[in-house]
Design a protein around this ligand. Sequence first.
Ligand code: NAI
Length: 685
Amino acid sequence: MTVTITHEGAIAVVTVDNPPVNALSQALRQALAEAVSAIDADASASAAVLICAGRTFIAGADVSEFGKPPLPPHLPDVVAGIEGAGKPWVAAIHGSALGGGLEVALGCAYRVAASANLGLPEVKLGLIPGAGGTVRLPRLIGASAAVDLVTGGGSIDARKAAALGLVDTVVEGDLASAAIAFARKIADKPRPQPISERNVPAVEDGFWEHAEKAVAARAKREIAPLRALACVRRACEADFAAAMAFERETFLDLRGSGQAAALRHVFFAERAAPRPPELAGVVPRAIRSAAVVGGGTMGAGIAAALRDAGLPVVLVERDEAAVERGLANVSQIFEGSAKRGRISPAVAAERMAGVVGTDDYGLLADTDLVIEAVFEDLAVKRAVFAKLSEVCRPDAVLATNTSYLDPDEIGEGLAQPERFLGLHFFSPAHVMKLLEIVPTGTTAPEVLAAGFALARLLGKIPVRAGICDGFIGNRILKITRAQAERLLLSGATPAAVDAAMRVFGLPMGPFEAQDLGGLDIAAFQRKAARERGETPFAPIADRLCAMERFGQKSNGGWYDYRPGERTPQPSDVVEAVVGEEAAGRPQKTWDEASIVDAIVLPMVNEATLILDEGVAVRAADIDLVKIHGYGFPRWRGGPMHYAQARGLADVVAVLDRLAASGLAAPPCAALRRAAEDGGFTLLDR
Ligand code: NAI
């Protein structure tokens, strides 16, 4: 039974019990509709309380019904049924009232809430609320607050909701008894006007134009937020029935959109990521304390992330001066968070107080997890692990944050090698959501599981990656950069390439990104690759680095920068270098779409190789890497979903054409095969 009705005197208590989150499945919708009729028919009941069992109110739609044809009763009808019931309903909210859950609450005559968050997150899935949320909310809390909630997809707590008039009262203590007492009080009072019958709020002149600009700027190329805004506007300008019809039409249109499909894919990919099938039933090694060796850019960020999650942290550096610098790096992160209002100064101080800086490895004798983030140098890293082998408990988990070195080589000679793995964070490590988890040939399952458990603790998206040069993300990045140079050698400019990729949806193009991060790190990688006998392709970047044009930090890279400024200016120096390197090569005119193809489709090709080699376990994981580590637009679903949605046959055909002109590698056999077989399996679920 998903819904039971009990009686507390004249109050009917409707309890929803649909674990884990009381999602609005077809069965629940049906049961709610029946509860309305049953209570209407019950002469002894004067009011109803709608309350949920478990940890939350109705938290939203049933994800297992996503992308499937909707089954009756439809939610707008259920909500209308509650609103039109013969007895007043009181929603008793705890946990989350999100999406359809909040819409059900809006159908009730009253809302009381304990500790809870309320919101309409549909835009995050490329949708809008489809059961009157965009229509009732402005009638209840005004246009401005409704626009914020509906177009932003964020949630608010019970107190804020009360201040806005979204809930009638906030209760402390037992929610059920408070809600029943509330229902008794209102049972014989005149009922408030149903929200659907209330007047629409007035707005100031220019309100909608202003809102449209603000929402468009935030949404960039996502369509749902602007469509949501149009619905709220219609709700404020039309009668209830017309506004509901407009909302329905918009909802159905968006449900079939490519963006909604992409965002749904990412939603499921993120849900699957923390649970790799190979670790089913494996108990992770417990991590209650952590240490970071190396307090530079990455070490400080990792230490901050560990503290943010509540772990005590020891930060180990080479000598006293380096310890001071490392601690200052961490402190700067917390101060920055406090300045931005993310945490209070007191919390910042408390987090910092939990970081112990030292140059004495002896302090690590009882630490559960040690993450190494020292220079990218095999000998230096091995020396660190030799010391860790001596001082740490034999069951302590030891991890390297290396970007490009082979963890198997770093871990050679380690005592108890089964406790060692790669944990590849992204910069800034306290902000970026991605964590590549890299088992070596000897990593024990419970140690790999500890990596995933750590990701959960830190609020990160874990992706299992196999060992290869650059793991998943940086291996694809290398291809992107090579493609970007190929474009320059055949007639495109850095500004045109960057602009096209921004239009595609990336926050930055490949050249701007290199100038920001610095060209020296990749140059160092290429030097190492040449020493291994490889021939990395970066003719222009090599020459820029030889001129010490490392990017913004040296006032010039792919662009020029005026001292103290970050606005890229086209560079005559770069143009001259490109001209020399391009001499004798065929030139062509590049439009935006062909630039994007020449960058993104080779990315897909490399990703397919990565999948084929087993470096990535699922195609969807590669999408998560690109979205959470490299700014690939979420609403495009990541490169694999993008390619699949576009059609792999077309992807192969374009790659074949690029390859014929020497502008990309030909599509790999696995990609051709996938195109013939009808596509990748993005995610098994
Ligand atoms: P960094 O140069 O900013 O910091 C390295 C720190 O390690 C320095 O503070 C140095 O004093 C310390 N150190 C060196 N030898 C040490 C030793 N024996 N014991 C204790 N501390 C020692 O370098 P960064 O950028 O933080 O990189 C660290 C590691 O993280 C490298 O392996 C790098 O490849 C990797 N990484 C870097 C990313 C980035 O974007 N910078 C991203 C992901 C990984």
